[in-house]
Design a protein around this ligand. Structure first.
Ligand code: NAP
Length: 254
């Protein structure tokens, strides 16, 4: 324990009233573009109050809330590229455009590419080239993999995506960040999942964590939002928002 006592302040009922979408866009911003010095990796997760990253159905959808979905959409709107690991692509419904017509119009009006780029991280390349995540993609996805990935899968996926090696046996998040930077993407939105977030954290390739704590208790054996190799990153609390449903919307930066 340090010498000075911690300062604990009430958030509720403090605050300036409801934040609309424009206010949220302003609050979250585009820190990568603002910094202009290489990619900024923002990671977005939802967790239950008891720390589970999935609900009883083994997916994150069941623990998400309207406020979480609103911030999820705001973050996609602001991103140059969305980065997702293969496990989450396989488990969740990733397909077609990542942004709606309204989001595209907002992006175009604000100087962003109409569609964000899309990067999938996979070592084994156990991904179906005929899946609509590829066939309906408005921009050609980028698959980040390793030199040791199976050659046949690499050849098949190269028909529908650009494939880049970011390591020999293990995908190195530092090399991945370089590959993203080479494409000029500054604001990177990583949407998971927990194994991959653990790898990013352990490599120190995390600049920001946006975390919704939903007012749910699920017990069970769901994963934490990051697991795997240990990491010890100090975070600074940038903001805490609360929704009328009792969610906490936390933003941490490094
Ligand atoms: N609560 C939330 O906000 C949230 C967000 C996202 C996902 N989820 C949930 O998380 C679950 C999936 O998570 P998951 O942890 O099983 O999978 P994941 O982290 O999404 O993906 C793991 C996969 O990523 C690939 N990968 C590439 N490089 C890696 C590295 N350095 N370290 C680890 N993996 C690497 C591997 O793909 P290959 O096997 O192809 O080699 C690995 O199997 C789903 O249930 C989903 O609903 C929750």
């Amino acid at each position: 324990m340090g010498d000075s006592a911690p300062v604990i302040a009430a958030l509720r009922p403090a605050g300036d009233g409801p934040l609309d979408r424009e206010a949220l866009l302003e609050l979250y911003g585009r820190p990568g573009a603002a910094r202009g010095a290489g990619p900024w990796t923002r990671v977005n997760f939802v967790s239950t109050a008891d720390g589970s990253a999935t609900g009883p159905d083994g997916r994150s959808g069941g623990i998400s809330t309207p406020a979480d979905k609103m911030v999820f959409g705001v973050l996609r709107r602001l991103a140059d590229v969305v980065l997702v690991a293969a496990g989450t692509v396989r488990d969740e419904q990733y397909h077609g455009p990542l942004v709606s017509a309204g989001q595209r119009a907002w992006r175009a009006a604000n100087g962003l590419a109409e569609h964000p780029g899309f990067v999938i991280a996979s070592r084994r390349l156990d991904l179906d080239p005929a899946a609509d995540v590829f066939t309906d993609a408005p921009v050609r996805p980028l698959i980040a993999t390793v030199a040791a990935a199976p050659a046949a899968a690499r050849a098949a996926l190269s028909e529908v995506a650009d494939v880049v090696d970011c390591g020999e046996e293990q995908l190195d998040p530092v090399l991945l960040r370089e590959a993203i930077g080479e494409r000029g993407w500054l604001d990177v939105l990583c949407e998971g999942g927990p194994s991959f977030f653990g790898a990013l954290a352990s490599a120190g390739v995390v600049d920001e964590l946006c975390l919704t704590v939903s007012a749910r208790l699920v017990a069970g054996d769901g994963p934490r939002i990051a697991h795997g190799a240990p990491a010890d990153l100090e975070l600074q609390l940038a903001h805490v928002l609360r929704s009328d449903a009792g969610d906490l919307l936390l933003r941490y930066t490094r």
